[in-house]
Design a protein around this ligand. Structure first.
Ligand SMILES: O=C(Nc1ccc2c(c1)CCNCC2)c1ccc(Br)cc1
Length: 282
């Protein structure tokens, strides 16, 4: 830590312990000298940022335009020859991710309150023409009133053509990525955020992810298969004397042929508590 780089920030803040390190940044607790209010200061080394420097500029520009009760507030930016300091709202509850883990999963009541806050923040972000594109519990912090604050706008997009404009950059975390995004198709950023919010709601209520695997390609396959019903696939596989994989391929084409119809009607039988079986003595 060369003192020169910290000369400016130390004029206004008293720096305390480091409470987070990750990627190309560290976060220190600090106190604003004039108001004695606590803040969090995200400190980035420009040389270490390398190609990620544009992401920081994107995040700063976005956060300067966003003011919402469930978005972490940016108070000040200080840039020196070697460092960038972002002075941010203090969120002592830490990451929502760690909170979910600590409670195994959240009650419906608590999940509902948190999810409403996430929806409110994202509706505001979309209303301002942005898509966040990296929604996940790690990017939602808990403040001192136990409310959520959205952070990390480094991957956000503000298409010049408006939010209906298709994006192409595949980004964000695999487990929260929408099918069209992982297929490399042009996608609508706000629609991808909505998908991620669905995955987030599942994680809040279940304490684990709907589509997840150590192998990212397997995660992608699970996302693409969505909520294919395993029991129905098994019954079709046995009935047609074909492998599960071949039945899965046929169903996933969604041709609305007889295979599609049989699959949907088996699902319907299962939903009504009937045996998942085809026209053989059940
Ligand atoms: O305030 C933040 N984190 C934080 C503050 C206080 C405490 C924590 C996180 C949890 C760790 N124990 C000490 C209490 C914070 C705020 C914005 C960003 Br970006 C990243 C972190």
């Amino acid at each position: 830590m060369s003192a020169g780089d910290y000369e400016e920030i130390l004029k206004y803040y008293e720096l305390h312990e480091t409470i987070g390190t990750g990627g190309f940044a560290k976060v220190k607790l600090a106190r604003h000298l004039l108001t004695a209010e606590k803040v969090a200061i995200k400190i980035m080394d420009k040389a270490a940022l390398g190609d990620d420097l544009p992401r920081v500029k994107i995040e700063i520009d976005a956060m300067k335009n966003l003011s919402h009760q469930h978005i972490c507030r940016l108070y000040q930016v200080i840039e020196t020859s070697k460092k960038i300091f972002m002075v941010l709202e203090y969120c002592p509850g830490g990451e929502l991710f760690d909170y979910i883990i600590s409670k195994d999963r959240l009650s419906e009541e608590e999940a509902r309150v948190f999810f409403r806050q996430i929806v409110s923040a994202i509706a505001y972000v979309h209303g301002k023409g942005y898509a966040h594109r990296d929604l996940k519990p790690e990017n939602l912090l808990i403040d001192k009133e136990h409310n959520l604050k959205l952070i990390d706008f480094g991957l956000c997009a503000k298409p010049k053509g408006g939010l209906d404009y298709h994006l192409n950059t595949c980004c964000g975390s695999p487990a929260y990525a929408a099918p069209e995004l992982i297929q490399g198709k042009a996608y609508i950023g706000s629609e991808a955020d909505i998908w991620s919010m669905g995955v987030l709601l599942y994680a809040l209520l279940c304490g684990f992810l709907p589509f997840d695997d150590a192998n990212v390609m397997v995660t992608y396959k699970k996302i693409m298969l969505g909520h294919i019903d395993e029991d129905c696939v098994t019954e079709l596989s046995v009935f047609h004397k074909q492998s599960r994989e071949s039945i899965l391929e046929l169903i996933s084409e969604w041709k609305y042929d007889h295979m599609s119809a049989t699959y949907f009607l088996l699902q319907s039988k299962k939903a009504r508590g009937k045996h998942v079986c085809l026209r053989v003595p059940c």
